[in-house]
Ligand binder design. Structure first.
Ligand SMILES: [Zn+2]
Ligand SMILES: [Zn+2]
Length: 689
């Protein structure tokens, strides 16, 4: 029988920006191993189905993007696809559109976006893990669909819940609430209403969080509040089997709440009715390698595409979001008071380190405050964004410093394991007993990290239980969570840590926060440093005084040790005044023509020698011109050399996003045509400049 050929246009995970044509397999289910798939007779291929094909010498999984009856390739050149994976519903056209948008916007081939967005075990050639996952899902117990009772809300929270639950169609909302104002409760009750309104199994909600492992409290609250509802988590810490099961649960529409980190924004959610982004300002929503997407921006796009509401929650919104709220594009919902009655915002005080000179990083003011809290049996948190013992080891006699031989960076002293470690490339060395250059035996640590402050605290307060939480103390899986549990159980008096301790924890007995040495970020070359520092300090400060003040207790307090007490950033922090500081930053950005009033893309190049990287960027700069585009000079990156590779960058700017997008499309085509051995990559809306 001679019937017209059915051709599959397939996306594959390759750097080639094209779809690949295949003939339809003989029988759609032929190569499927499980008995459930159809053997014999043709099944019509559908968009969004996974298809097994041979590509080059290997077999791989692709995604059917188009079914056509014509190929530009001659028929004899077309390979036949091996098998269509038909036991699962295909990915929806909305999902394909989302991937297409991301690919387009971030200038990547569709296959490089769509295929890696799927769990590894789903893309595996064997279907055994899929069969196993489906079986496990089937066995999952039936649930009771009524949500548990909710605590009472204050007026502001109630208004916010109403606004979210009653929003119809695309409606971006900024939920702007001070730390401890009960944003989570607003999310939970709004979600309950949305799930309730939609009726049995008709709705899904996506909640994005910056980090699940560090803040298991939200997951716990969600599960407790919705005992009758299937909740699926998606994050990179899951084992592959669990990741597949949870992804399938979302894809099949069983999970009605999907809670995940940035990668969850690309999950398949056929019944998505509401998106919530908690701590929307958090830098971890930006993927920093491969497809460098912003999960927040993609989520907003997805909400618009699906015509559903989206809530962006923060105490310190990103300036992009703040600007949208100010201009009326986003609706602003406000929670200005702490949710627990009688819990008040902590008093923020600045400690001038010019007058009160710190010893081992600790001023006498801070030590006195610590002593007082210890006597009362309250907890304190010290924040220092630098792990290790000391950032550098040096020799006074000849000026030698512990540079990493492979990077433009210092080797950091880790006293406990007696090693020097590079935080950029991971290289480790023993601590030298004498200066490697002049032989002086008096080499000593300079500056301080969390380990050194921990040591000093133990000397000052030998009776106190001091716990350090940073990337070094929590390398073992699950150890961060265990450490936080001990704080919650009250088994820790003083907690010292890096930004890991700043996120979302509700420590009930914590009444003092000390911030050591935050000044370096004030003078960073990165224009976003001020915005980030403010958000970070506000978050850390917000850990204090979340519970109601005790009878006869003192107000909780935040001490910031700074050499620049006059700086407007600290003035704004003292006044808990994000609004006016955001206004200042925004007007600075407007005057200096910086984002969000300007659109940027960054071309980065890596080579064994800096010259080669710069030369490539120079070539890139000259290969295409555009009247609405400004090309800056190629420059070495701040940390130029990492692991023996030199890195340089070229910043491209435009006042018009469409113009930038149009230019990038043409430019990428040119760049792909350049013959070079330099490794390069493009980032749209870069955050680290
Ligand atoms: Zn020396
Ligand atoms: Zn290094």
């Amino acid at each position: 029988m001679n019937r017209p050929q059915t051709l599959l246009k397939v996306a594959l995970d390759t750097p080639l920006d094209t779809l690949f044509d295949y003939r339809q397999p003989e029988s759609a289910g032929a190569a499927e191993s499980n008995a459930g798939s159809e053997a014999g007779g043709r099944v019509d291929p559908q968009l969004g189905q996974l298809v097994q094909v041979s590509f080059g010498r290997r077999e791989t999984m692709g995604l059917i993007i188009e079914v056509a009856d014509h190929s530009d390739l001659p028929g004899e050149k077309l390979k036949q696809a091996l098998a269509i994976r038909s036991q699962l519903p295909p990915l929806s056209s909305e999902w394909l559109d989302l991937c297409r948008f991301a690919a387009d916007y971030y200038q990547r081939p569709l296959g490089e976006v769509a295929i890696p967005a799927l769990p590894k075990n789903l893309r595996a050639l064997k279907t055994t893990s899929i069969d196993r996952a489906l079986k496990k899902l089937e066995k999952a117990a039936a649930h009771d669909p009524t949500p548990a009772a909710c605590p009472a809300l204050n007026a502001a929270q109630r208004q916010a819940v109403d606004a979210i639950a009653m929003a119809s169609g695309y409606q971006p909302m900024l939920l702007y609430g001070v730390t401890g104002s009960g944003k989570t409760e607003v999310y939970l009750q709004a979600i309950a209403r949305v799930l309730g309104q939609a009726g049995e199994a008709a709705a899904q909600v996506l909640i994005l969080v910056p980090e699940i492992n560090l803040t298991p409290q939200l997951e716990e609250s969600v599960r407790q509040r919705f005992p009758g509802v299937e909740v699926a988590t998606l994050h990179s810490g899951l084992a592959e089997g669990e990741r597949l099961r949870n992804w399938l649960s979302a894809h099949l529409g069983r999970a009605r709440i999907v809670l995940g980190t940035r990668l969850a924004v690309l999950a398949s959610l056929p019944k998505l009715k509401l998106i919530v982004i908690d701590e929307e300002h958090d830098p971890s929503y930006k993927q920093q390698e491969g497809l460098r997407y912003s999960a927040r921006d993609l989520a907003v796009w997805r909400a618009r595409q699906l015509n559903i509401p989206i809530v962006l929650g923060s105490a310190t919104p990103s300036l992009e979001t703040w600007q949208h709220a100010q201009s009326g594009r986003y609706r602003q919902l406000e929670l200005r008071a702490r949710a627990v009655p009688d819990a008040v915002l902590p008093q923020v005080r600045l400690v001038d380190v010019q007058r009160d000179k710190p010893v081992e990083g600790l001023t006498s003011t801070l030590l006195t405050a610590l002593r007082k809290r210890l006597e009362k049996g309250e907890q304190a948190l010290l924040f220092l964004n630098r792990r290790g013992y000391a950032p550098v080891v040096s020799c006074d006699a000849c000026g030698w410093v512990s540079n990493c031989p492979r990077c433009t960076a210092f080797m950091v002293l880790h006293k406990l394991d007696r090693r020097l470690r590079c935080h950029h490339c991971g290289l480790e060395q023993a601590i030298p007993k004498a200066c490697p250059t002049c032989g002086n035996i008096d080499v000593h640590p300079f500056g301080r990290g969390t380990q050194r402050v921990e040591e000093a605290l133990q000397q000052h307060f030998p009776q106190a239980r001091v716990l350090r939480i940073d990337a070094d103390s929590t390398r073992r899986k699950g150890s961060a969570q265990e450490a936080f549990e001990t704080v919650h159980r009250g088994e820790v008096d003083i907690l010292i840590g890096t930004q890991m301790v700043a996120k979302g924890h509700d420590f009930q007995n914590l009444t003092l926060v000390g911030i050591l040495n935050p000044d370096t970020a004030l003078f960073s070359h990165d224009y976003r440093a001020g915005e980030r520092l403010f958000a970070q300090l506000m978050q850390v400060a917000g850990r204090a005084g979340r519970a109601a003040q005790k009878e006869g207790g003192n107000r909780s307090e935040v001490l910031i040790q700074t050499g620049y007490p006059q700086h407007p950033l600290y003035a704004a922090l003292t006044a808990h005044d994000y609004d006016s500081y955001a206004q200042v930053l925004l007007s600075e950005r407007r005057q200096a023509a910086l984002p969000p009033f300007l659109y940027q893309a960054m071309l980065r190049a890596e080579a064994a020698h800096l010259d080669a990287a710069l030369e490539f960027l120079e070539q890139a700069r000259n290969c295409l011109e555009h009247p609405a585009i400004v090309m800056n000079d190629p420059i070495p990156m701040t940390v130029t050399r990492v692991a023996n590779v030199d890195r340089a960058q070229l910043l491209v700017e435009s006042e018009s996003r469409p113009a930038l997008q149009a230019f990038l499309k043409l430019w990428m085509a040119e760049l792909r045509g350049l013959k070079t051995r330099v490794r390069w990559s493009l980032e749209v809306d870069p955050v680290d400049i």
